[in-house]
Design a protein around this ligand. Structure first.
Ligand code: MLT
Ligand code: ZN
Length: 472
């Protein structure tokens, strides 16, 4: 009888961890093999579903020894296909969905410890149940997970006041590529003891290790809000309004979102049930909000007075103030559904850029003019978090006969070059994943790339952590 050959990596994984942890059913693999835009499809070796941190430790130690690539996955809602395996059939997708407990809520310390597979919406609910507030808020909050939010350093709708995920993080528990666990879950607000290692894992998109839990900041619950939907004549006027509101309301301003007229028309066409607060025919709109922990703070009145002054100054042409929580929700639903309305309108080419706020208006003019002149049949849908200097500079086709994807490369180069010329970033909040690896190699300085490669080598010498993502 011939001696049996070495078992395949998959057979070894199943023999070591069993079929509860290593799943190979086609139906289970389908959902984790494709990114949410359905543009990148991979072929996973299998799907690992660890139940405990100890499981993650053993899985990574095993994969490190066997040189099996591991692709961590949260809610799979990212925009850059960072959680999608390659097509080789050799990478293990490791989903954190079973590690989803809230371990602790500490109101006195103003913090919460949560496992990375927990939905963002569940973290928000736990904070609210304790009379506190967790401010990260995104359109996908019902399906994205905290691990993904951390790994992509998610931004969203409240960054202006509370910062991105990085600023909301007090500590992490991370399983390194070799299976050792690095824990900084003490939830300290002050801790100047050498290098801040946890921050290397925030925004690393799973290329340095796997985040299994995090200590996050909680804030006082907002009990009063002033929310306005405002028509503005231009992005420059919107920037002037932002300065006026910050002067008048200080840190109480939590959101300042820019919307173009075309976004409202797309919403009207594809999501007609959503009520639009203004009928004014304006080229641009702003959704802004201030909030306070003081339930008696008359923020709607304060915002109203500031908007009247802005009308006198020519920065605003019309405004609607939310009179109750229902109207406030309606305003936000419009904003949160812009990506969905654009998706229903057909394919689009997306750019996620940031600029110094003072250079935004000039960028929109120049880049918008370039798109109109060079891409026939294009429709620019430029919206986003103006208060953070972050624009989603997306381009759709005017109708079905326009194949907008065919222009993606030339548009990307022109837009990103115009951003770089103004000292901006080609990826403000959506990360690098696999779709922007080439852009990072192009726009990061040689020194930055060298240091990033060294960091990667130190944490993951065998290159098993999310291979092919972030760095080429
Ligand atoms: C948003 O702000 O709505 C998203 O980050 C961008 C998008 O979906 O295009
Ligand atoms: Zn965004």
């Amino acid at each position: 009888m011939m001696p049996a050959g070495p078992a395949s990596p998959l057979a070894q994984l199943i023999a070591r961890f069993g079929t509860d942890l290593i799943v190979t059913e086609r139906s289970a693999l389908e959902a984790v093999s494709i990114d949410q835009h359905r543009r990148h499809r991979g072929v996973p070796l299998a799907l690992a579903l660890p139940r405990t941190v100890a499981d993650v430790t053993s899985l990574l130690a095993f994969c490190n020894a066997a040189r099996i690539g591991v692709v961590p996955q949260g809610g799979n809602t990212g925009y850059c296909a960072a959680a999608t395996p390659d097509a080789s059939g050799s990478q293990l997708v490791l989903s954190l969905r079973r590690l989803n407990k809230i371990r602790d809520v500490d109101v006195t310390n103003g913090s919460l410890i949560v496992e990375s597979g927990c939905l963002l919406a569940d973290v928000q609910k736990s904070a609210a149940a304790a009379g506190r507030f967790f401010p990260l808020s995104l359109g996908s909050e019902g399906s994205c997970t905290i691990g993904g939010n951390l790994s992509t350093n998610a931004g969203g709708l409240n960054v202006l006041r509370y910062g991105m995920m990085r600023e909301l993080t007090l500590g992490l528990e991370v399983v390194l590529a070799d299976g050792r666990v690095l824990s900084t879950l003490q939830a300290l607000r002050k801790d100047n003891t050498g290098y801040d290692l946890k921050q290397l894992f925030v925004g690393a998109e799973g290329t340095l290790g796997i985040i299994t839990a995090a200590a996050l900041k909680l804030f006082p619950a907002p009990r009063a809000a002033g929310t306005a939907f405002v028509a503005v004549p231009s992005p420059a006027a919107a920037v002037a309004l932002l300065a006026r509101l910050r002067d008048g309301l200080g840190e109480l301003i939590n959101s300042f979102e820019l919307l173009p007229n075309v976004a409202l028309r797309l919403l009207g066409r594809h999501l007609p049930a959503l009520r639009q607060p203004l009928t004014t025919d304006s080229p641009w709109f702003v959704l802004c909000e201030a909030s306070s922990a003081d339930a008696n703070d008359p923020l709607t009145d304060k915002l109203g007075r500031l908007l009247e002054a802005a009308i006198d100054a020519g920065e605003v042409t019309d405004a609607a103030l939310a009179q109750n929580e229902r109207e406030r929700r309606e305003f936000w639903e419009l904003r949160e559904n812009v990506p969905e309305a654009q998706r229903r309108a057909g394919p689009s080419v997306k750019h996620d850029v940031s600029l110094p706020i003072g250079r935004i208006a000039d960028f929109i003019t120049e880049a918008g003019t370039w798109i109109t002149a060079h891409v026939e049949g294009s429709v620019l849908v430029c919206y986003g978090h103006l208060g953070d200097g972050n624009l989603h500079f997306n381009i759709s086709g005017a109708n079905e006969s326009v194949t907008i994807d065919a222009h993606a490369d030339v548009m990307k180069r022109a837009v990103h070059d115009m951003v770089a010329a103004r000292g901006g970033s080609f990826s403000a909040e959506h990360g690098i994943g696999q779709t922007k690896v080439g852009e990072l190699a192009r726009y990061a300085s040689p020194l930055e790339l060298e240091l990033m490669r060294n960091v990667k080598k130190m944490f993951d010498p065998n290159g098993i952590m999310n291979p092919g993502k972030v760095l080429a």
